[in-house]
Design a protein around this ligand. Structure first.
Ligand code: ADP
Ligand code: ADP
Length: 229
């Protein structure tokens, strides 16, 4: 089944003299079961595309459909894991994972139980009461992933999830993300991952979507036929 469909999508930013086209003529389909990598130079609009698909940006032109329905506002079926972790420094690991569930009205005990499960799933059991500053980069990114998973997304969007990590931590976490994806314990139906690391894309994805800038467009879509671990 088709999850996401973008039809002739464009995003313009700024006003008056400063108005410019960040991306245009974007046509993209993501189906259930796919791990899609989005590759392209800095500034070509990869993050913008994720923001449009998750409903954080409303495109200036074109249409976004999710499971056949026009998307209006935030997409409840999709969440983003950001490159920079974006954790609340004053909250513990558990607090960071719980906060979005609480905001959506989930009772405290239920949110806490789910948070403990997810923290365990990403391999951080024992660190529930730790603060972000006490954790390594890799561990912080795992908290970011657990927090995104708390929303039970069907579409998990990852925005350069490993680029702030050293080489070894990144490699470990890549394997762990693939395990989450193939493990079948979650609701995730598709993954869309922004990267500018071609090897990472080849290693993880079923399909690579290549963008270029000036303004940002999709210039190629390439299926990956390498076996994934
Ligand atoms: P990428 O993720 O590929 O680096 P982005 O989507 O972040 O690209 O940015 C695409 C272009 O749009 C860049 O030129 C960037 O500076 C610009 N841009 C991104 N977000 C905004 C914004 N909120 N306001 C104005 N310009 C923006
Ligand atoms: P970074 O991404 O900052 O390089 P890592 O994620 O590789 O860091 O972890 C750095 C250190 O933190 C490791 O040497 C390890 O001892 C510790 N660490 C990471 N994850 C865990 C964990 N789940 N349990 C215990 N210690 C951990």
């Amino acid at each position: 089944a088709v999850l996401v469909e973008l039809k002739n999508v464009a995003q313009r930013y700024g006003r008056g003299e400063k108005r410019f086209t960040a991306i245009e003529h974007i046509n993209l389909t993501i189906r259930e079961g796919e791990f899609v990598a989005l590759l392209g130079p800095s500034g070509c609009g990869k993050s913008t595309l994720l923001r449009i698909i998750t409903g954080l940006n409303r495109p200036s032109d074109g249409e976004v459909r999710y499971r056949g329905k026009s998307l209006n506002g935030v997409n409840p079926y999709a969440t983003i894991v950001f490159q920079s972790f974006a954790l609340f420094p004053w909250l513990t690991v558990e607090g960071n994972v719980t906060v979005a569930m609480r905001a959506r009205g989930m009772p405290a005990e239920q949110a806490r139980a789910r948070a403990i499960e997810l923290i365990d799933l990403v391999g951080l059991d024992g660190f529930e009461q730790a603060y972000p500053r006490e954790l390594s980069g890799g561990m912080r990114q795992k908290v970011g992933i657990a927090r995104a998973l708390a929303a039970n997304p069907e579409l998990l969007c990852l925005d350069e999830p490993f680029s702030a990590l050293d080489v070894l931590s990144a490699e470990t976490l890549r394997g762990e993300v693939l395990e989450l994806w193939t493990g079948g314990q979650l609701q995730i139906r598709a993954v869309l991952m922004v990267t500018h690391n071609i090897e990472e894309a080849l290693f993880m994805a079923d399909r690579i979507v290549v963008m270029d800038k000036g303004p940002g467009r999709i210039i190629a879509e390439v299926p990956v036929s390498l076996p994934h671990p």
